[in-house]
Design a protein around this ligand. Structure first.
Ligand SMILES: [Zn+2]
Length: 259
């Protein structure tokens, strides 16, 4: 985390969504990421006496954008950023790769990461990545609109960020993802240790995210498509030789779809 007067908190929504809220403690303003539901966001803002200034949208799915119109009714001056107006007629600024979004003193860079959807973007500032449904802790999003090659490339773009980047993803899927990761790599001790930590957090109703990119690289199979154990498991499961990381990624993504 950068040394600034900002605090990031998770607002729970629906069954397992997280709406991230970044609070500027000096000005009592807030930015929210992917407000699928306005109700818990409005309650949070009211409770903490915060003014909503900014909404960041990572992709058009309703559970990430369904609360935007209602929030705009309460905060007519709010700036709303996203890549496409699908589902989000109220966007005030369309952004794409290399665009910058200023939130207080922080500058977020827009990174295009298609695959889960074609309009999917992430917002990055050193130490913080809001990545919606592309990278999850120990997993990744389903490939709905793009191709496996696009999704793999998007994950590699994220993997190229600094290791100390905290991954703020859109869902609490970590435990299920780790159980799949362990099926792929039964001898990986980082997966075993992480399962213990995650179970303790969930038993206490605490979020398991954000995680650090450095740790994701040790247990997330979708960031480990070049590792011999992952290659072996993917080939064994799909019962064929896989020649490149994209085919290995596609095989384990398909495997996870039916897990
Ligand atoms: Zn989604």
């Amino acid at each position: 985390m950068p040394l600034t007067p900002y605090k990031i908190e998770a607002i729970n929504a629906f069954k397992d969504n997280y709406i991230w809220v970044m609070i500027d403690l000096d000005n009592k303003t807030a930015a929210v990421v992917d407000p699928g539901d306005a109700t818990p966001v409005l309650a949070f803002l009211k409770k903490h006496l915060l003014q909503l200034t900014t909404i960041l949208i990572t992709h058009h799915h309703h559970d990430h954008s369904g609360g935007v119109a209602e929030l705009k009714r309460h905060y007519p001056d709010v700036s709303i950023y996203g890549k496409s107006r699908d589902n989000i007629a109220t966007l005030t600024r369309l952004v794409c790769e290399h665009d910058e979004v200023a939130i207080g003193k922080l500058i977020f860079h827009v990174i295009e990461i298609p695959g889960h959807t074609l309009d999917h973007i992430a917002y990055y500032t050193p130490g913080i990545l809001f990545c919606g449904d592309t990278l999850f802790s120990a997993g990744c999003g389903r490939v709905f609109e793009g191709t496996a090659a696009q999704m793999y490339t998007s994950l590699q773009k994220i993997a190229a960020l600094p290791d100390d980047t905290a991954i703020y993803c859109g869902h609490e899927y970590t435990l299920n993802n780790l159980l799949f990761a362990q099926t792929v790599e039964p001898h990986n001790l980082d997966i075993k240790n992480k399962i213990g930590k995650v179970k303790t957090l969930r038993d206490n109703d605490l979020p398991t995210v954000p995680s650090l990119l450095s740790e994701e690289k040790t247990f997330n199979p979708f960031l480990r498509c070049d590792k011999i154990d992952v290659i072996y498991a993917a080939e064994k499961h799909s019962n064929k030789q896989l020649s490149d990381p994209i085919s290995i990624f596609a095989a384990i993504r398909e495997w996870k779809n039916n897990f």
